[in-house]
Structures are given as structure tokens and as C-alpha cells.
Design a protein around this ligand. Structure first.
Ligand code: ATP
Ligand code: MG
Length: 106
């Protein structure tokens, strides 16, 4: 498994565009891709999924309220997304790294 992180403090520099296009390219060339939207703006998620206020999100996983597999939505057979949430802004300085390491096997 390869993990790519697209991160930059600066706004509007193409983070979401790069993540979308790279994920689409990899999935269309037969790689299985899981996108993880950790930005509380949820732009990556809204680019791939209809709005749904009852959906389980990356926030539910990070606070231990849901299992990771229950928070993943399939976009197509090679592409899935762990959807973002505005609520991530509440916990961004206190994310439990051990949950991430355990569930993503990094
Ligand atoms: N390579 C590019 N060339 C020209 N315009 C681009 C390119 N990549 C992205 N853009 C445009 O720049 C704008 C910002 O892109 P994007 O939303 O991907 O940035 P971002 O870093 O995710 O922003 P934010 O900090 O708000 O999340 C969008 O209007 C997008 O269409
Ligand atoms: Mg963005």
C-alpha cells in the first residue's frame, strides 16, 4: 500500500484538485484508491458525493464512534472515500494517532 498526503497551510493552491485528479488517474489505471478527506471544508467529499447529513464521516472514525469500514463510501469499484466533516476542525489538535496507525496499518 502506498500513502500520499497532500498538505499545505496555504489556501487555494490546488490541494483538492491534485487529490481528486491523482485519485481518479490511479483508479482508472486499475489501482484501488481510498481518498481520506481530513479538511473540514469537505471540498473533496462534496466533489464526489451528494450531501447527506446522516452519513458517517472521518470525524466519527477519529473519535472512535464508528468503525472505519462503516465510514467509507464507494465512488466506483476502484475508488472510495472516507468522507470529510466540518467537525474535524474541533479535534484537529487532538487526533489520536494510534487509531490512524492501527486502522490504516501505516
Ligand atoms: N493546476 C492548476 N492550474 C490552474 N488552476 C488550478 C490548478 N489547480 C487548481 N486550480 C484552481 O485553483 C482553485 C483552488 O484549487 P483547490 O480548491 O484545489 O485548492 P485548495 O488548496 O484545495 O484550496 P483550499 O485551501 O480552499 O482547500 C480552484 O478554482 C481550482 O480550479
Ligand atoms: Mg481544498
Amino acid at each position: 500500500m502506498k500513502t500520499f498526503t497532500v498538505w499545505n497551510h496555504k489556501g487555494g493552491v490546488g490541494k483538492t484538485s491534485l487529490t481528486s485528479l491523482l485519485s481518479l488517474y490511479l483508479s482508472e489505471t486499475s489501482r484501488k484508491v481510498l481518498m481520506i478527506d481530513l479538511d473540514s471544508q469537505e471540498s473533496l467529499t462534496s466533489g464526489f458525493l451528494e450531501e447527506n447529513e446522516t452519513r458517517k464521516t472521518v470525524y466519527d472514525w477519529l473519535i472512535g464512534k464508528a468503525k472505519i469500514k462503516d465510514c467509507i463510501e464507494e465512488v466506483n469499484s476502484n475508488l472510495s472515500i472516507l468522507s470529510g466533516s466540518l467537525l474535524v476542525s474541533k479535534i484537529q489538535n487532538s487526533v489520536n494517532q494510534s487509531v490512524i496507525r492501527r486502522d490504516l496499518k501505516t
